[in-house]
Design a protein around this ligand. Structure first.
Ligand SMILES: [Zn+2]
Length: 85
């Protein structure tokens, strides 16, 4: 596989390192270029809701900040009220 400069990797749960995870949904939160998406960057945040087979709910996030896109994982905050698009 290839063509984009990187190979596929198995996603691991950031809480227990379980390699068996399920995608539960995707949401994009508008940052309005003013840090309103609930992360440290100023742009939009795309959140992929994940759940590992040990039951941890976590989020694989792609956030835009000044032309760069950052990828990170974090513990799920399912009670957060998010403006979805
Ligand atoms: Zn886990």
């Amino acid at each position: 596989m290839g063509g984009l400069g990187f190979d596929a990797s198995v996603i691991e749960c950031p809480l227990c390192k379980d390699g068996f995870n399920h995608i539960k949904g995707t949401t994009t939160i508008s940052g309005d270029d003013d840090y309103k998406a609930g992360w440290w960057g100023r742009g939009d945040l795309t959140v992929i809701s994940m759940e590992c087979e040990s039951g941890h709910k976590w989020e694989l996030c792609l956030g835009k900040h000044k032309g760069n896109v950052y990828m990170f994982g974090r513990k799920s905050k399912r009670t957060r009220k998010a403006k979805t698009t």
